[in-house]
Every structure is written in structure tokens, then in C-alpha cells.
Design a protein around this ligand. Structure first.
Ligand code: SAJ
Length: 415
């Protein structure tokens, strides 16, 4: 089949490339002319392992091309951002705009798939938008047969850094508007997915995606709460979690400076927003994780006030070995510390060549890990990038240390 991928971001581009590799002709549509031009040159605009070689190959073979405008196709896949707005309310404007953009080229027999993480009920809203724009076509409704166009919600669930492997290997939830829609969508995913393609209805699929990320957020919040408790009692949270996880039915995730990225820090709000009264735990987990930044700033400030000389901050990204700074707690901590101590701060971040203005403007300087370790009297680990994991006890000796990720060797001087 001919496939149109709407949105060529962190999910859309790798998915388009993998679908193209399976032998489909794919046209990727994006609103950014820079993105379209980059891909048509066989290049990529995001950082993701092995994606550059794959895109170069499928573009060279004529299987993938990018375009600013929507073209007719057999399958339309929508993978556009769904941010939160005022009061953490979900914003599905990009999804509805994508639906409007494909409406004019829709034909009988087409399949429309929504992959964007979305509040429960969004696929039905997409259907209503399409039905309004195309009164000449019959769209599916649960419990009735005979639609001209099929519609399904099939959430992406790939981990940044491992996207290409997980796109193929992970199980996939296929939520059709009707069983016939599910069957058609399943056939599409079977072309490139080696994991199981499990069929359900679209609302269950929408909720499943949100639940997966909320589960992880709640588990990390538990770990972060334990880290506050351990700090209050002057204990080592990493040691306690490591030991507790030796129990066959306990699996606690790792504390850190907070939860970042555009998924786990955002999606649980979609659930809270759809039933605020019923979701105190999910909301509290969000607040615990967001609150961790303040705790780290407070503890680091106390340590910095007791010392003189440069302060080294290791990492700004939202997690290890990633060039993504969206909702990054590490960046938030560094910015808040820079308000008071900017002139003393040396920032190590292997994924940037220039500091953001929020830090540079407050006097902070970019440094290599070696430079920072030579000069600093306080070392603050915010992101466990591979490069920082290798820092030795000898390199840290004589400094005040705050390791928010629990990866550095423990020293007697540990804060
Ligand atoms: N984090 C911790 N402690 C941990 C694990 C993570 O503090 O033990 C922090 C990270 O440092 C980071 C944040 O959580 O700031 C999120 O990182 P992550 O690696 O947990 O997840 P993401 O946001 O990169 O990707 C998640 C994944 N969801 C799940 O694992 C349930 C991925 O499979 C989803 O596809 C993705 O969200 C998405 O797009 O929704």
C-alpha cells in the first residue's frame, strides 16, 4: 500500500522509514520546510541511533519522500504532537488539523490510523472531523458495519534511543473503531512488527497508552519519595532500593532529579484531566516528581553555600545519552542554581556545543568533564550520561558531591 505519514518527528520519521523498508511507498508530510528538505536530501533532523543510515537508504531507493502537502494514499498515519496547555489540559489541535488536512484526499477503502498519545475519545473526534469534511463518505461507528473508510488508534510505545529496535520488536495495541477497522490496521502493522499485534477497541487503546506512562511515573514518584525520606534520615536510597529489588515481587525504579521528556511528564495529566476526582494518586505522583527539582536545588544550594570555587554541573538532557532537553529536570535545576551562582558554574553536556541563553546569560560556562573536574570544588551529577558514569573516586576526591542519579562511587565526603 501507499502510505502517508503526517508528522515527521521523533515517532513519525522512524516509523515512516521502517514502513518504507518493508516495501511500502511512503510520503512523509510535515509543516516544516526545513524538515522536508533535510529528509529529501537523505538526511535527518533528529538524533536517534541508526536512523540516519536507514533514512539515507530508503530515500535513495525512492521508497520514502517528504512533502509539505498531503497526497492521496491507501493508509494515513497521524503522528503529530499532543502537548498540554493551560492547567495541564491536553491540546489535540495538531491531531484535528492533521485530520482536516487529509479529508480532501480520502477515498473509499482508505485506512486512517492515529498514533499520537491522545486523551480518551480523540479517535472519535477525528472521525467526527472527517465526517464533517466529507459528507459523501461513510465513517465507522462502534456497533455498525459498512463504513467507506477505516479508523484505528494504534499508540506508539517506543523508547527514545532504542526506537528502531522497539518499533519492530514491541507488541502493538491495535484499537479499531470497529472489528473490521482493527483487522485492517492489524494487517498494516503486521508488515513490519515482529511483536504481537493485540486487537481492542479505540478507547481502550487510548487509555492503555496513557496508563503505561502513568504507571512508570507513579513508580518513579515512589522512588523519588524514598529519596526524600532517605535524605531526611541520612541514608543511602540506592542501597535500600537495590536490596528491596532482590525481593521477587518488588521492582522499584530509580530516583533522580525529577521526571522529564515529553511523555512521562505529560501524559499522566491526560488521565487526571479526564477524571480529576478519581485520580488523586496519579496527580500526586506528578507533583512528587515535579517537586523533586526544588528539593535538589535546596540541597545543592546548602552544599554550595558551604564552599568556595567553581561548581560543576554534569548533564542537562532529560535523560542519559539523549540530545533531548524537553521538560528536562536537570536543565531546570541548573537554571535555578544559575540564578544565584551562575558566575561560579561550569556545565558539562556532551550533546551541546553552546549553552542555552538561560544559563549563558547568568554567567555559566560550558566545560569538558576533565576541565570541570580539575577546577570545581562542588560536583553535581544531574544526568547519568555514559561519559559521566566512568568518573572515578580519584577524580572526585576532595570535592563536595551531590549525585542525584546514584551512579558515582560513594566517598566519605558525600553530601
Ligand atoms: N527516570 C527516572 N528513573 C527511572 C527511569 C526514568 O527518574 O528509573 C526519568 C528519566 O531520567 C527521564 C524520565 O524519567 O527524565 C522519562 O524517561 P524514560 O526513559 O522513563 O521514558 P521516555 O519518556 O524516554 O519514554 C517513555 C517510555 N514509556 C514507558 O517506558 C512506559 C516509552 O516506551 C514511550 O513510548 C514513551 O515514553 C512515549 O513516547 O510515550
Amino acid at each position: 500500500p501507499a502510505v502517508a505519514m503526517i508528522g515527521l518527528g521523533y515517532i513519525g520519521l522512524p516509523t515512516a522509514a521502517v514502513v518504507a523498508r518493508s516495501g511500502c511507498r511512503v510520503v512523509g508530510i510535515d509543516v516544516s520546510s526545513r524538515v522536508v528538505e533535510t529528509i529529501n536530501r537523505g538526511r535527518i533532523h533528529i538524533e536517534e541511533a541508526d536512523l540516519d543510515a536507514l533514512v539515507r537508504d530508503v530515500v535513495a531507493r525512492g521508497l520514502l519522500q517528504a512533502s509539505l502537502s498531503v497526497v492521496p494514499a491507501d493508509v494515513f498515519v497521524i503522528a503529530v504532537p499532543t502537548p498540554t496547555g493551560e492547567g495541564h489540559a491536553p491540546d489535540i489541535d495538531h491531531v484535528l488539523a492533521a485530520a482536516r488536512s487529509i479529508a480532501p484526499v480520502l477515498r473509499k477503502g482508505n485506512l486512517v490510523i492515529l498514533e499520537s498519545t491522545s486523551p480518551i475519545g480523540t479517535t472519535e473526534k477525528v472521525r467526527d472531523v472527517l465526517a464533517l469534511e466529507r459528507p459523501d463518505l461513510a465513517f465507522p461507528r462502534p456497533g455498525s458495519d459498512g463504513a467507506d473508510v477505516s479508523l484505528a488508534y494504534c499508540p506508539e510505545r517506543v523508547l527514545p534511543g532504542h526506537i528502531l529496535a522497539e518499533l519492530v520488536g514491541n507488541d502493538r495495541v491495535i484499537g479499531g473503531m470497529t472489528p473490521a477497522c482493527s483487522a485492517q490496521a492489524r494487517e498494516f502493522y503486521k508488515r513490519f512488527v515482529e511483536g504481537d499485534c493485540v486487537v481492542t477497541d479505540c478507547r481502550s487503546a487510548e487509555m492503555t497508552k496513557l496508563v503505561e506512562n502513568a504507571f512508570r511515573d507513579v513508580n518513579i514518584a515512589f522512588a523519588n519519595e524514598l529519596s526524600l525520606l532517605a535524605d531526611a534520615l541520612d541514608m543511602d536510597v540506592w542501597e535500600v532500593i537495590r536490596l528491596a529489588n532482590r525481593h521477587p515481587r518488588v521492582n522499584i525504579l530509580q530516583p533522580g532529579p525529577g521526571v522529564g521528556g515529553h511523555c512521562i511528564a505529560v501524559d499522566p495529566w491526560f488521565l487526571v484531566h479526564s477524571a480529576p476526582e478519581q485520580t488523586p494518586l496519579i496527580r500526586t505522583a506528578r507533583n512528587v516528581n515535579d517537586g523533586k527539582v526544588g528539593h535538589v536545588v535546596e540541597r545543592a544550594t546548602a552544599m554550595i553555600e558551604e564552599s568556595k570555587g567553581p561548581i560543576a554541573c554534569f548533564g542537562l538532557a532529560f535523560k542519559a545519552d539523549i540530545d533531548d532537553f524537553r521538560e528536562s529536570p536537570a536543565l531546570a535545576v541548573a537554571e535555578r542554581l544559575a540564578d544565584r551562582f551562575g558566575e561560579r558554574m561550569l556545565i558539562c553536556e556532551p550533546f551541546i556545543s553552546e549553552l542555552p541563553e538561560t544559563l549563558a546569560g547568568r554567567g555559566a560556562r560550558l566545560a569538558t568533564a576533565t576541565q570541570a573536574l580539575e577546577q570545581a570544588s562542588v560536583a553535581l551529577l544531574l544526568v547519568d550520561h555514559s561519559e559521566f558514569r566512568g568518573i572515578s573516586a580519584a577524580q572526585l576526591a576532595g570535592k563536595r558531591i551531590y549525585d542525584t542519579r546514584g551512579v558515582w562511587p560513594r566517598l566519605p565526603l558525600d553530601g
